[in-house]
Design a protein around this ligand. Structure first.
Ligand SMILES: [Zn+2]
Length: 259
């Protein structure tokens, strides 16, 4: 179907991903941490908000939900029972959500939080994964109420999607993540080029997202934990008890926490 996917900016660096059905002027928003930017966008473009989806309970992803439902009383809230919103449809791993007939699978991708989920939408054979604060371009979310083992498992699961899947993280952290990645893999030309591009886009206020999974496999060190260059880059900074992917992944997260 003729769907446009647009990032509405919120706070300093959040993106509220908005699915727009061009035929009937309806919209769905994902993770509205603020209501005003969404309400303004809907008004400016003559759109009707029909549904609100959340990926996890953090306030910068849910803070605008109840106000938006007041502005758009017919809108339908889709959330996990632990997201702290009064959802109309309670979802969990394996649930299906519909976007104008486009099937969207709900996946548990815990780690950042314990009840973080992803929406994997299929439109005309191309997958679109709304991954919240789990995977960012060039990096990953911090571990708050989940565990590093869960986050590692969630990355493995995302990595099983087709290479041309488009990933839609909820923050503009790309340039910072790639700067960190270059401290691990300083000679990686693809990461160098991606950083130059992300810095230019960010300076112009242009969103660096979405990105393909294929691109992330090339630039995201958290998806590259089996690469000898990544293992060596981590070992240059800290001692590893072994070179198992989870060990390298956890060490990268620790190094990024202190970057
Ligand atoms: Zn979060």
């Amino acid at each position: 179907m003729d769907m446009h996917i647009h990032p509405i900016k919120a706070f300093n660096d959040n993106y509220i991903w908005t699915l727009i059905n061009k035929n009937n002027k309806q919209a769905i928003v994902i993770d509205p941490g603020q209501s005003a930017p969404v309400a303004e966008y809907m008004q400016e473009h003559g759109l009707e908000l029909i549904s609100i989806w959340t990926t996890h309970h953090h306030f910068d992803h849910t803070g605008g939900v109840m106000e938006l439902q007041e502005y758009f009383p017919m809108s339908h809230i889709v959330a996990h029972s632990e997201h702290g919103v009064e959802e109309d449809q309670t979802i969990k791993d394996g649930s299906t959500v519909s976007a104008w007939g486009c099937s969207t699978q709900v996946w548990d991708i815990p780690g950042h939080t314990g009840s973080h989920i992803a929406y994997v939408l299929d439109n005309e054979g191309r997958k679109h994964c709304f991954c919240g604060d789990t995977l960012f371009s060039g990096g990953c979310g911090r571990v708050f109420t989940g565990t590093i083992e869960q986050l590692f498992g969630s990355f493995k699961r995302i990595n099983e999607l087709p290479a041309d899947t488009l990933l839609y993280p909820a923050h503009e952290y790309t340039a910072n993540n790639l700067r960190f990645a270059l401290t691990i893999e300083p000679d990686n030309v693809v990461i160098q080029q991606a950083l130059a591009q992300a810095e230019e886009q960010t300076a112009q206020g242009v969103c660096t997202l979405p990105v393909t999974l294929e691109h992330e496999r090339a630039v995201n060190v958290f998806l590259r934990v089996k690469e000898p260059s990544v293992i060596a880059g981590v070992q240059a900074k800290m001692a590893l008890k072994d070179e198992e992917p989870l060990t390298v992944f956890a060490a990268l997260r620790e190094l990024k926490d202190n970057f």
